[in-house]
Each structure stands twice: as C-alpha cells, then as structure tokens.
Design a protein around this ligand. Structure first.
Ligand code: DOR
Ligand code: ZN
Length: 345
C-alpha cells in the first residue's frame, strides 16, 4: 500500500452553477478542495461587485454545515464593465480575478468580449492594481477549425495583448495544446496556465472514436494525443507556472445526451484520485503537491492551505458513482476509462 499526503488542494477553475445544481455539486468540491476560483458564467452572468457578493452569499448558504470552503470570486468581463467597480471589488478582498470570455466561445459567453479595445480601460486598471485576468483562450470565429481555436487565440489575441499590457497578470485557463504549453514556458513573466484533469487523461478519440461520447465533450475540446502528452509533461514537471483548474462543469444528462449537447465534464468527485493515477504513471507522485497544492497559491499570492489530504493506493480499483443526483437532475461523473486505485481518505 502506498500513501501520499499533500496540502489540501485548491481548484483554480470551477463551475458551481446556482440553485439546486449548486447545492448538488458544492459538497464534492468542499470535500477535497479548500478554495476554488468560481466561474461567473451564470445566466445572467456575475458582472458587478454586487453580483459577486450575492453569488458568494448563495454559495456559502449552500455549503453543508461543518464543511469549510472558500470561494474565490471572479467577475465576468463585458464591454460595459466598470473599471472602478472591478477595482473596488478586488481591493475589498471580495473578488480575486476577472474572467475573459471571447463572446460566443463557450457556455453562456454571449455577454463576453467582442472587441478587446472596449475593455482596455478595465484591463489597464487591473494591471495597475495587480489583479489577474483569467482567460478562456479560444477564438470564437466560426471560420477557424475548432481544434485550432486555442492556437489561433494565442497568436492573434493573447500575444498582442501581452505586448500591449505586459504588466497584466494572466492565467491561460484549461490549456489544451502544446502550443499553449510552449507559449507559457517561453513567457518571461506574468503568465501561467491551469490544466484540467480530463485533458491529462483523454484525447479527442475519447469523444469521437467508436461512437460519439457526449460526456467527454468540453471546451476547449480535447485535442490529439501529442497535445495531451505535452500537457502531462507540463503538469508533472513541477514548473510553478502550471497548476490544477478542474473546469468541473456539471450539466444534467438530458442536456449532454441530445442533438446539440452542452460542453462540460463533471470531475469534482474523482479529480484527486485521477491525478494521483496520472502522476504515478509519470513517476511524478512527489510533484503532485506542486500541481494541486503549491503552484496555484503562489501564483495568486495566497497562503498554502494548512490542512492536508491523504491518498491511499488500494489493491482493488476504487469505485466512483457513475452519476450523481441533483435537484436539477442526474449529472454523469467523468469516467477516466482506466481502473483508478487511489482513494482520498
Ligand atoms: O466545457 C466547458 N464547460 N467549457 C467551458 O468553457 C464552459 C463550461 C461550462 O460552463 O459548462
Ligand atoms: Zn470553465
């Protein structure tokens, strides 16, 4: 039996939703994670400091008694966002970061940004006060192949923005390509990336080979195997610029299993077990704590969590529910497609 104890991880990219879904999924994150960066793509989105305060209150109200969890709030950047409101929300400690969704790139992104010039005053203010920008790094241009949208975003949006505002601290979220990994590694400062559990474990064959598998569909979509291997190398390297952001994104099964299924994979339940499997496979178990527990706090300027979690490797595979029930309906849990022997105890 092998055992590993690491500082309690944080999830640097999480969708908690609202209402009954929030109540259904929050306990799974709170069980394994001390804090999480909470995505603001609700309907309507979390745009102002007041929206973030109200959403934070709803999250805390949904937290089961006795559980500890700190939501790190984000604001959804729109072309109407008020720079002064953003700055107030950050300096008061209410909001950790701002989220940039290129309009049309993903779920509930229609209120996002079409023209970066319109949000430059907000970005300049953020650079001035040291507030990070979390980025969904894909162009939404329908003429760009969906498998190329991250690479094109890096060349046509991210790189120019970094040259214009080198002082702005940016997180390239859920990076899915070797292009993204290389770009982050080549940056001299102010750029880091989160990586999801599922992008470390699946490539695009999981979605498309042998029948279409909607529960492996997410955005950015999983790419070819060479990209997955680049992500594995970055995550398990210990490089402080790469850390865990699960992008756990629950949708009820009827909205995934239909003619136009939603993007999102729900991994909060088994993420840590899957990560231990991945890091062990790559002979990097000793670096799991960097990826899941140390690099993120360092990047966001927060203390490492005092609590710890322990994972034990069982002789028999650990079983996880294939779906959970929520007040909104069933949500399928990420199936890693290999036996997982690691259990959080
Ligand atoms: O797969 C995804 N699901 N990617 C996103 O960018 C959004 C998320 C969601 O909100 O469902
Ligand atoms: Zn997301």
């Amino acid at each position: 039996m092998v055992e590993i104890t690491i500082p309690k991880p944080d999830d640097w990219h999480l969708h908690l939703r609202d209402g009954a879904m929030l109540e259904g999924v929050l306990p799974y994150s709170a069980r394994h994670f001390a804090r999480a960066i909470i995505m603001p793509n609700l309907m309507p989105p979390v745009v102002t400091g007041a929206d973030a305060q109200a959403y934070r209150d709803r999250i805390m109200a949904a937290l089961p008694k006795g559980m500890q969890f700190k939501p790190l709030m984000t604001l959804y950047l729109t072309e109407g966002t008020d720079a002064a409101d953003v700055a107030r929300a950050h300096t008061s400690g209410l909001v950790t970061a701002v989220k940039l969704y290129p309009a049309g790139a993903t779920t509930n992104s229609n209120s996002g940004v079409r023209d970066l010039a319109k949000v430059m005053p907000v970005l300049e203010k953020m650079a001035e006060i040291g507030m990070p920008l979390c980025i969904h790094g894909e162009v939404a241009d329908p003429s760009v192949d969906i498998f190329d949208r991250e690479a094109v975003f890096i060349d046509t949006v991210l790189d120019p923005l970094r040259r214009t505002l080198p002082q702005l601290k940016m997180t390239l979220e859920h990076v899915t390509t070797s292009n993204g990994v290389d770009y982050v590694m080549a940056a001299d400062a102010n750029l880091a990336a989160s990586i999801t559990t599922h992008h470390l474990m699946i490539n695009r064959n999981a979605i498309l080979a042998g029948g279409i598998k909607p529960h492996y569909y997410c955005l950015p979509v999983a790419k070819r195997e060479s990209h997955r291997l680049a992500l594995r190398k970055a995550a398990t390297s210990g490089d402080s610029r790469f850390f865990l952001g699960t992008d756990s994104a629950p949708h009820v099964d009827p909205l995934k299993e239909c003619a136009c299924g939603c993007a999102g994979i729900f991994t909060s339940i088994n993420t840590l077990s899957c990560l231990a499997h991945v890091f062990e496979e790559d002979n990097a178990l000793d670096r799991l704590e960097k990826f899941a527990g140390l690099n993120g706090p360092a990047w966001y300027g927060l203390p490492v969590n005092g609590e710890t979690v322990t994972l034990i490797k069982r002789d028999q595979p650990v079983s996880f529910p294939s779906r959970i029930e929520t007040g909104d309906g069933p949500v399928t849990v990420f199936d890693p497609r290999v036996p997982i022997h690691w259990e959080v105890v």
